[in-house]
Design a binder for this molecule. Structure first.
Ligand SMILES: C[S@@+](CC[C@H](N)C(=O)[O-])C[C@H]1O[C@@H](n2cnc3c(N)ncnc32)[C@H](O)[C@@H]1O
Ligand code: SF4
Length: 378
């Protein structure tokens, strides 16, 4: 191992199965649900192949997807047990799972909480039925509300709901409906993603033919700023470009990525980082299963970042956070990436970034333009 960081680690587990593929999704997903059993078995075997000495403690575990709620509750509990037997959790470990609203039942929640899951993230996306249909979701707004009510009744669980901005047909008025739905549900944490259109998916195809069905960039920017305003007034801190939390309810696993603390990874397409090493598993389910059958780590690639790459990554991840980066790092960035230095000074002059107490952070208006800034870090 090169430069392993000391201390407890995070662990991401990718569970790729979905009942169908949503129109906007570019995650590593499979609808071949007959393979669930073989896959869970493979994850158990990959656990023993991890580049992580047995007994290394875990601070967070994140069961992501795909749709982890499609894996039987007993199987998921068994997997978590096996993970924590090999890598004990630190006291207060955060164990998150993602879930789709249509899958949540009191029975499943009972199995999950008994297994130690204490954080649940549900993909609501919108509280407007027409928008949910437009993006190919299997739930409607009533089902989303019912899932939220179930979650709100489980005191041991901190929970998040996801919303998406930029959906076909979305307007400032319909956003108010989704925001009211989210605030009424009162989760501890809300993630709000702007629809990503740069990778091929069905909505990208629709956009090519009918761009008029989508809210334009200026409208989406207005929606994002409105979310910041409404959630802020309701007590949710906008602590990361896409994430809002009540005090103390920040996603500890995700903070590990933004702070670049080690996260190891199990499952098809899963990415890991430790120190200056970065790696990813194979994205093909067949290839992943075959590697595991052969007793090999299912790696697609592995790399060690240079000091220059580490600097760029640190600036990019740090500026996603409301806490921003220190002036010294920004200056080092400007020395290595002059275009970045110039653009960041421009951001400061235009109030797209603020300097305070030796730190520089982006404003919500700055976050909207951050892709341009980050593109200079190459
Ligand atoms: C990988 S999904 C897994 C969660 C779960 N399967 C679900 O969909 O409810 C995690 C979240 O990523 C977001 N997401 C997926 N594709 C996206 C895209 N193209 N643009 C923006 N957000 C996206 C959605 O909000 C989704 O809830
Ligand atoms: S958004 Fe969630 S449910 Fe939809 S295809 Fe992607 S991972 Fe599956």
């Amino acid at each position: 191992m090169t430069d392993p960081s000391p201390g407890p680690k995070g662990l991401y587990v990718h569970l790729p199965f979905c009942a169908s593929r949503c129109a906007y999704c570019t995650f590593v997903v499979s609808t071949e649900r007959r393979l669930v059993g073989a896959y869970v078995e493979a994850i158990h075997r990959e656990l023993e192949l991890l580049d992580l000495p047995e007994g290394t403690p875990l601070e967070t575990v994140y069961l992501g997807g795909g749709t982890p709620s499609l894996i039987g509750g007993g199987e998921l509990a068994g997997l978590l047990r096996a993970i924590l037997e090999r890598h004990p959790g630190v006291p207060g470990i955060e164990v998150t799972t993602e879930a789709n609203p249509e899958d949540l039942t009191p029975e499943l929640l009972g199995l999950w909480t008994a297994a130690g899951i204490n954080r649940i993230s549900i993909g609501v996306q919108s509280f407007v039925d027409g928008e949910l249909t437009a993006i190919g979701r299997r739930h409607d707004a009533a089902r989303a509300r019912a899932a939220c009510h179930l979650l709100a009744r489980v005191p041991s669980v901190t929970w998040n709901l996801d919303l998406i901005l930029g959906i076909p047909g979305q307007t400032p008025e319909s956003l108010e409906v989704s925001l009211a739905g989210a605030l009424e549900a009162a989760p501890h944490h809300i993630s709000v993603y702007i629809l990503e259109m740069d990778k091929p998916h069905r909505l990208q195809e629709l956009y090519r033919r009918h761009p008029d069905e989508f809210p334009g960039d200026d409208t989406v920017a207005g929606l994002y700023l409105r979310v910041h305003e409404v959630l802020g007034k309701a007590g949710y801190e906008h602590y990361e470009i896409s994430n809002f939390a009540l005090p103390g309810a920040e996603a500890r696993h995700n903070l590990r990525y933004w702070d670049r603390r080690p996260v190891h990874a199990l499952g098809v397409g899963a990415h890991g980082n430790d120190g200056n090493r970065r790696w990813a598993n194979l994205e093909s389910l067949a290839g992943y299963l075959e590697a595991i059958r052969g007793g090999e780590r299912p790696l697609a690639w592995e790399t060690t970042l240079s000091p220059r790459e580490m600097l760029a990554e640190g600036l990019m991840l740090g500026l996603r956070l409301a806490a921003g980066v220190d002036r010294g790092s920004a200056d080092a960035g400007g020395a290595s990436f002059p275009e970045f230095g110039r653009m960041l000074e421009g951001f400061l002059q235009r109030d797209l970034a603020v300097e305070d107490a030796g730190r520089i952070f982006l404003t919500p208006e700055g976050w909207l333009l951050s892709n341009e800034l980050f593109a200079t870090l190459v």
